[in-house]
Design a binder for this molecule. Structure first.
Ligand code: ARG
Length: 637
């Protein structure tokens, strides 16, 4: 479809129609007709590499070629001639076509197409989203009419398209650590991207509130803090006797060592788990208190980072597990191990999933099997996403395989994804720890990022280089500090490990949130100056429908081309759900923007109006990306 906001699709469509009109029999040859973005912009914008395989296949199939066409280059030339014959309506996209090397077809994007694209961003106040997600470009570029397309993603949401994203998922009574930070950051971005593209997203916090750790915690509290265990009322933070998360972590440590040392303690603890899971009131009460303490701590992190996630922890599935086990039993899929544990074997894995332990208790596997059934059949989600560290990869492959084996999954309509991320390391390359060897508290880490940012902003103010006042420092520093932590994670393939470094994530140069946020603020500050010093009010121009961008200079054109790649970066992201595609797009966009503002005089130039508008189109697109990544933007720094 030549009107697709995806440049890849629009240009592919033009190559396809030309190829099929010159070689109608190409359709029978099983070739996929696709365009690619050129690696080096010097040679072209988009290219099609099909002439070579097409020539080979036509020859092999004995299909006669037109007279004189005896090489892939000549096939390429025929395709080009066909495209050049097409009128503006059939080909609004490609120009400057040429044959390169053994038969590559190189092309440029028409200037009119690019300027239509940027004018559309200004008109709509948003970049064009992919057509597959309900986007599309209003066909006429007449600037007087009101907008005809909607960019509001909620209008495109399709109720059949429910996605459950299981992310963050910390464990009760343990501190949230950097691993959970990764899951939280990646998960929030994945949710935002899916929501933007029209999915109905359920954000699920599969909190570890039901594990064997509760048996020992309950026992430890009963023994060491009988009063607390007996009263066990949680009535908020002001209760002085109420332990906080740090106490809880200590309880956990102590309980754990007692559990490892004393067989007796171990035995009672294990019994407590069974009692808790069977609904024993005392155990339930203590458990509730423990959960509340942790929950309050998790909330702090979520509030700071603008995370929205609905708690639906392991305990929620407790009463759904027996029926799931029965279903496996009925289907003859259970093998009972020595001791009585009930297991399910799936293809390719030597170890089984354990649906019930020999003592009758349920574990991580039991819960996840009940949860996957619930999400597929009760929630009726068509897409499930789980975001955890990579070491749980096998666990999820087994859960998926078991769900398929028992027939819960329809291969045509269900999609199951596990995003397994790597480890966060300290500067020493080992797992990220504090100096004393403890896990780093998430809240401390976030505070540190903000406080470093505050110092650097205050320095700027003192040097007279800032556009903000002292009062605005904290808010700006928070946006930048949290943004920096998030972006440092999101900009890479999640499967990779990374070294946590404040210096690198807070760097004003390179691929960091700080660089990008400055780049964005710089564009907005040019716009502000345009109005204040030169009397050009682009907001008024936009309102009155008088905004027109002309891309004349090379760097203007290049920026226009980059802006046009937004839809493709979204489509790319939807394939593997890795937000780094959007980061790559954003970073390249801001490099193109910075080239534009250094090479083209904006303020006081004859082209000022158009150039200010180009700044705005870029800022709008950058803001959309920040928003998708869960990063707060700032208009001034
Ligand atoms: N609580 C687990 C952990 O800290 C993550 C849970 C992930 N979700 C799930 N459905 N198993 O590793």
């Amino acid at each position: 479809d030549v009107s697709d906001p995806s440049l890849l699709k629009a240009s592919s469509a033009i190559f396809a129609s030309a190829i099929l009109s010159v070689f109608p029999m190409a359709i029978t040859l099983g070739l996929e007709i696709k365009a690619f973005k050129c690696k080096d912009i010097k040679h072209g914008d988009y290219q099609c590499n099909l002439a070579m395989p097409l020539y080979q296949k036509l020859k092999a199939a004995g299909i006669p070629l037109p007279h004189g066409v005896d090489s892939p280059q000549k096939v390429a030339q025929l395709i080009i001639d066909e495209i050049l014959d097409q009128d503006e309506e059939s080909n609004p996209v490609l120009c400057d076509l040429s044959v390169n090397g053994p038969g590559f077809i190189m092309s440029r994007i028409k200037a009119s197409y690019l300027s239509n694209g940027v004018n559309c961003i200004i008109r709509e106040g948003a970049p064009s989203m992919p057509k597959t997600c309900g986007g599309g470009r209003s066909s006429s570029s007449s600037s007087n009419t009101t907008t005809t397309t909607t960019t509001d993603a909620t209008n495109n949401s399709n109720s059949d398209n429910t996605v459950v994203v299981d992310f963050s998922s910390p464990n009760i009574a343990k501190e949230m650590h950097v691993g959970h930070l990764r899951s939280t950051i990646i998960g929030e971005a994945v949710c935002r991207i899916l929501e933007y593209t029209g999915s109905n997203v359920l954000r699920v916090n599969h909190v570890g509130d039901w594990g064997t750790q509760f048996g020992m915690l309950i026992q430890y509290l009963k023994e060491e803090y009988p009063d607390f265990a007996a009263a066990g009322q949680s009535d908020g933070n002001n209760d002085a006797n109420m332990p906080n998360i740090t106490d809880l972590t200590l309880f956990y440590k102590n309980a754990k060592s007692r559990f490892d040392e004393s067989p007796e303690f171990k035995k009672i603890s294990q019994l407590n788990v069974v009692k808790l899971q069977a609904g024993d009131p005392e155990c339930q009460r203590i458990w509730q208190v423990l959960c509340d303490i942790s929950r309050r701590e998790f909330e702090k992190v979520y509030n700071r980072l603008d995370i929205t996630v609905e708690e639906c922890g392991e305990s929620f599935y407790n009463d759904k597990i027996p029926a799931v086990i029965d279903e496996f039993v009925d289907r003859g899929m259970i093998s009972v191990e020595e001791g009585g544990a009930k297991c399910v074997f799936v293809p390719k894995f030597k170890v089984p999933l354990m649906l019930q332990k020999s003592d009758g208790g349920y574990g991580y596997d039991s819960t996840d099997m009940a949860a996957i059934k619930y999400r597929l059949h009760t929630v009726k989600a068509s897409h499930l996403v789980y975001i955890t560290d990579f070491t749980q990869g096998d666990h999820f492959q087994m859960v998926f395989a078991a769900a398929k084996k028992i027939g819960w999954v329809n291969d045509d309509s269900h999609r199951l994804d596990h995003i397994g991320f790597g480890t966060v390391q300290g500067e020493d390359g080992k797992r990220f720890k504090t100096r004393s060897g403890d896990t780093v508290r998430l809240v401390d880490l976030l505070d540190e990022a903000v406080s470093r940012m505050e110092s650097s902003l205050k320095e700027r103010i003192a040097e007279g280089r800032a556009n903000i006042s002292e009062e605005e420092v904290h808010e700006t520093a928070s946006a930048m500090g949290y943004g920096a932590v998030k972006y440092f994670d999101l900009r890479r393939n999640p499967t990779s490990n990374y070294i946590f470094s404040y210096d690198r994530m807070l760097d004003t140069k390179g691929n960091t949130a700080i660089y990008l946020l400055y780049a964005h603020a710089r564009l907005e500050s040019i716009i502000t100056k345009g109005k204040a010093d030169h009397g050009i009010d682009i907001d008024a121009l936009i309102r009155e429908g008088k905004a027109q961008i002309v891309l004349a200079h090379k760097s203007e054109r290049n920026l226009g081309l980059h802006l046009q790649c937004f839809a493709d970066s979204i489509e790319e992201t939807l394939k593997d759900l890795y937000p780094y595609h959007i980061c790559d797009f954003l970073y390249e966009l801001s490099i193109a923007a910075s080239e534009f503002v250094t090479q083209c005089k904006v303020l006081g130039s004859p082209e000022m109006e158009s150039r200010l508008l180009l700044c705005r189109a870029t800022a709008i697109t950058m803001r959309q990306c920040f928003d998708l990544l869960g990063i707060r933007h700032v208009m001034r720094i």
